[in-house]
Design a protein around this ligand. Structure first.
Ligand SMILES: *[C@@H]1O[C@H](CO)[C@@H](O)[C@H](O)[C@H]1NC(C)=O
Ligand SMILES: *[C@@H]1O[C@H](CO)[C@@H](O)[C@H](O)[C@H]1NC(C)=O
Ligand SMILES: *[C@@H]1O[C@H](CO)[C@@H](O)[C@H](O)[C@H]1NC(C)=O
Ligand SMILES: *[C@@H]1O[C@H](CO)[C@@H](O)[C@H](O)[C@H]1NC(C)=O
Ligand SMILES: *[C@@H]1O[C@H](CO)[C@@H](O)[C@H](O)[C@H]1NC(C)=O
Ligand SMILES: *[C@@H]1O[C@H](CO)[C@@H](O)[C@H](O)[C@H]1NC(C)=O
Ligand SMILES: CC(=O)N[C@H]1CO[C@H](CO)[C@@H](O)[C@@H]1O
Ligand SMILES: [Zn+2]
Ligand SMILES: [Zn+2]
Length: 579
């Protein structure tokens, strides 16, 4: 019973309701700050034991749980009253179904809420993928191609977050988790209303801005498009399956119209589903399953993907496709690694067999001398520990085959370096994390273009450089026809010879040493719109994220923090927005 109550709380946490300013951090993944921060392990257990007993005396358990969860939501000020009620109404069905079979003790609940020190949980349970016996080929350090070699330009779009209720003139600082929309009310007299093209606040984008971006992109040339998800807005307390499919179809149609014949390869974001983050693995069947969503994706994307890819997409939201001679793409469904996907509390062992499948694809590619690009939504360093450690092992084993990795989800501009497992000192791979199209929160709209070693025999197919473009909202709002601007080019901005793993790793070292360079990074990280300064612990946490290709590894950042600051860094690191 406590399980069911917690399920509802988990659903709420999964809403990712932003913490009110000034309040510190949440303790467990996916839980909003004010709720759990101040609870000791002991009082957490006491509280859930009490609730457990109380609920045993109530015959209408689900109802009681809903009432209790709504009260908690309101008392803890997680969200305004009406949003609490709507959110819990929306989440209760699925979340209860996810939990009905998992019998949880208060200690397990508190383990989930407060971390592993306070109890155990299935998401902490251990499992290992099986690597083939084929020995790892000798490592060949990457080499820059000759200057005249062809280059592939890949347009990278992520986290569009279209708000169909966006409404200029409304209050950008409303009390709801998402503003600038119908129902946000009018701003106070001293504050201007939401801008025509977007707003620096907790707001998503109107369709007009997305269309404007796509029109602008017509004038450029791209060989390929990678599109890593999060299509709908952040109004997660009020989304139906129909709303999600309409968003998927609308944005897909826009891309098709404006990008024309260029092939687009999508990935599934955590916002595609409703409730948000709810991605039942294939062991869940019937109406609870994700069939409604994957089916809509198969229908929407059928012109872009071959039949075999549509088959795995329809089953579990991931696929692979051969892009051309010597290059294969893998699109992962990273929701199967997510702390916030409450279905994984039932069974988190390699959901949908995705990682084992990935190993098969990589081994085949290795056998035939192909390179592989991996795209996905949530970056691996933000995954559940066991999933991400397994993924790290795979990246290590296939470092010669995985030419590049690309993710989104954090909405900011960053990357994660992977190191060799033996010494954690040799950089073996980089996951590039591109900034969002949306402004959420306080950002300029933006997009990324990757330059990749092109299509010729023995090409490395690795990232040579990348460019980031933004819409300067301050300027855009003053004009009828906004201009998308070039913001920076990686190697030029940071003075790098290559964008290979070793150079990305040494960039982290240089950022740690050089405050001016870090300042520049912090500016570009926010797409040219910084609202906060970043010193000491914030800086360490920000740099630590760049080292962290696998979750919960205290060794990766050892040299970055001074003695005694590890706890603080970890705290800040966990505070990173889940988008
Ligand atoms: C957190 O706990 C401490 C000590 O138990 C207490 O003094 C403080 O007021 C609490 N803070 C909040 C926000 O409840
Ligand atoms: C998984 O592998 C790790 C490292 O080799 C080992 O310590 C652990 O016991 C293994 N776990 C299982 C469940 O086999
Ligand atoms: C399936 O589930 C959705 C969402 O919970 C609900 O709206 C719909 O009515 C259900 N359909 C059937 C046939 O049960
Ligand atoms: C969880 O899923 C894995 C892989 O599908 C399966 O081998 C295992 O038996 C499942 N565990 C439980 C407790 O059902
Ligand atoms: C590609 O690499 C292989 C193995 O190193 C080599 O035998 C072959 O000649 C190369 N092909 C070209 C066109 O460079
Ligand atoms: C955006 O425009 C404003 C006003 O012209 C300017 O101050 C700011 O520096 C610009 N930001 C970027 C990233 O170009
Ligand atoms: C983000 C931003 O600059 N918003 C402004 C856009 O322009 C309108 C009209 O001038 C202002 O009201 C917004 O504050
Ligand atoms: Zn996301
Ligand atoms: Zn997002």
């Amino acid at each position: 019973m406590a399980a069911r109550l917690l399920a509802l709380c988990a659903g709420l946490g999964a809403l990712g309701l932003p913490a009110p300013p000034g309040l510190p951090v949440h303790l467990g993944p996916g839980f909003p700050a004010p709720a759990w921060k101040n609870i000791s392990c002991w009082s957490c257990r006491a509280m859930f034991t009490a609730l457990d007993i109380a609920l045993q005396f109530d015959s209408n358990l689900d109802e009681a749980a809903v009432v209790a969860a709504t009260k908690l939501c309101i008392d803890l000020k997680l969200a305004p009253q009406d949003i609490c009620a709507q959110a819990i109404g929306l989440f209760k069905h699925d979340v209860i179904a996810a939990w009905i079979n998992s019998i949880l003790k208060p200690s397990e609940i508190c383990g989930l809420l407060l971390g592993i020190d306070c109890g155990r949980w299935d998401i902490y349970s251990d499992w290992n993928v099986t690597l083939p016996d084929t020995p790892k080929p000798p490592v060949v350090p990457p080499k820059a191609p000759r200057p005249s070699a062809p280059v592939t330009r890949v347009l990278f779009l992520t986290d569009i977050h279209w708000d169909k209720e966006y409404s200029p003139g409304t209050d950008p600082d409303c009390k709801d988790p998402l503003c600038c929309r119908r129902g946000s009310g009018l701003p106070p007299r001293y504050r201007k209303g939401a801008g025509k093209w977007g707003e620096y606040s907790k707001c998503d984008l109107p369709l007009r801005t997305i269309e404007n971006l796509l029109q602008h992109l017509r004038s450029d040339h791209f060989d390929l498009v990678y599109w890593t998800g999060d299509i709908p807005a952040h109004n997660v307390w009020h989304q139906s399956r129909r709303d999600q499919v309409v968003a998927l179809d609308t944005i897909t149609a826009l891309l098709r119209r404006h990008l024309g014949h260029v092939r687009v390869y999508p990935s599934v974001g955590n916002h595609e589903s409703t409730p948000v983050n709810s991605f039942p693995p294939p062991f869940v069947r019937g109406n609870q399953s994700s069939a409604w969503l994957y089916g809509a994706m198969v229908a929407a994307w059928k012109d872009w993907l071959p039949k075999e890819a549509l088959e795995t997409l329809g089953r579990a939201g991931f696929y692979t496709v051969k892009l051309g001679p010597g290059l294969r793409l893998v699109s992962l469904n990273m929701n199967f690694c997510s702390h916030e996907n409450f279905w994984l509390l039932v069974n988190s062992t390699d959901p949908a067999g995705q990682l084992q499948w990935l190993i098969g694809i990589l081994q085949e590619a290795e056998n035939s001398g192909d390179k592989v690009h991996i795209i996905g939504h949530i970056p691996p360093g933000l995954c559940m520990k066991v999933w991400s450690w397994n993924y790290y092992r795979i990246v290590n084993r296939y470092e010669g085959t995985i030419a590049a990795q690309f993710f989104g989800h954090t909405h900011v501009d960053e990357f994660e370096v992977f190191y060799d497992e033996e010494t954690l000192s040799r950089a073996v791979s980089v996951a590039f994390i591109a900034p969002s199209v949306t402004t959420y929160i306080d950002l300029n709209p933006g997009y990324r273009v990757y330059q990749i070693d092109g299509n010729y025999p023995n090409s490395s197919h690795s990232v040579l450089d990348h460019e980031t473009y933004i819409l300067n909202l301050t300027e855009a709002n003053r004009s009828e026809s906004p201009k998308w601007l070039f913001l920076y080019r990686l190697r030029e901005a940071y003075g790098m010879d290559t964008a290979f793993p070793a150079d990305m790793d040494s960039l982290i070292g240089r950022l740690a040493q050089d405050d001016r360079l870090f300042h520049k990074y912090w500016y570009l990280y926010h797409k040219g719109h910084t609202t906060q300064v970043c010193e000491q612990a914030c800086k360490t946490a920000t740099l630590c994220a760049l080292r962290t290709g696998r979750a919960d590894d205290p060794h990766l950042c050892k040299d970055l923090h001074k003695k005694g600051t590890y706890g603080e860094t970890r705290r800040l690191w966990r505070q990173r927005k889940m988008c």
